[in-house]
Design a protein around this ligand. Structure first.
Ligand SMILES: [Zn+2]
Length: 141
C-alpha cells in the first residue's frame, strides 16, 4: 500500500518537536509539531490536552490519545503521562497504553495519521506513524 508522509526533513522536525515537547513538558512545541503536520496536509484540527485523565473513546475505553471525526485531537499532557509512567510501572495499564516516551511520540503520530483521514484503519495510521518516526530517527540519531 502506498503511503504519503511528509519529506524526511519535515518528519524530523515534527518528531524532534514532539520529543522536546515531551522532555520539557512544552505544549507549545507539541502544538507546533501538530501545526506543521496539519499545514502539510491542509487539514483542520482542534488540540485538546488531557492533563489529569486519559482520553476515552466512544466505547468508554481509556486511550493513549484520540482523534475524533471532527478533527479534535486529544493528547495526554507529557506531565500527566510521566506521572502515569511512575504510577503504573510494570502493570497492565502500562502495557495497554505503552507508557514510554517513544510510545507517547508514536501515539501522537498515530493520531496525526487519523487526522489526515479519519477513516484510516488502525494498521494504516500505525504504518504512517512508524514511517514518520523511522525517517526522523535516521536523521536525528
Ligand atoms: Zn488509531
Amino acid at each position: 500500500m502506498k503511503r504519503f508522509v511528509p519529506p524526511d526533513a519535515v518528519c524530523e522536525k515534527i518528531v524532534a518537536l514532539l520529543i522536546c515537547g515531551y522532555d520539557d513538558e512544552d505544549t507549545k512545541a507539541v502544538a507546533k509539531a501538530v501545526r506543521l503536520w496539519a499545514r502539510w496536509y491542509e487539514t483542520k484540527y482542534k488540540l485538546v490536552w488531557c492533563r489529569d485523565r486519559l482520553p476515552v473513546d466512544d466505547k468508554g475505553n481509556q486511550c493513549a490519545a484520540m482523534c475524533s471525526e471532527s478533527g479534535e485531537l486529544e493528547l495526554v499532557h507529557p506531565s500527566y503521562h510521566k506521572k502515569l509512567v511512575k504510577r503504573y510501572r510494570g502493570s497492565g495499564l502500562q502495557t495497554a497504553i505503552g507508557l514510554t516516551k517513544p510510545t507517547w511520540v508514536k501515539n501522537v503520530l498515530h493520531e496525526l495519521g487519523h487526522l489526515v483521514t479519519w477513516a484510516y484503519p488502525e494498521t494504516r495510521a500505525d504504518a504512517m506513524a512508524n514511517d514518520v518516526y523511522r525517517a526522523a530517527m535516521l536523521r536525528l540519531e
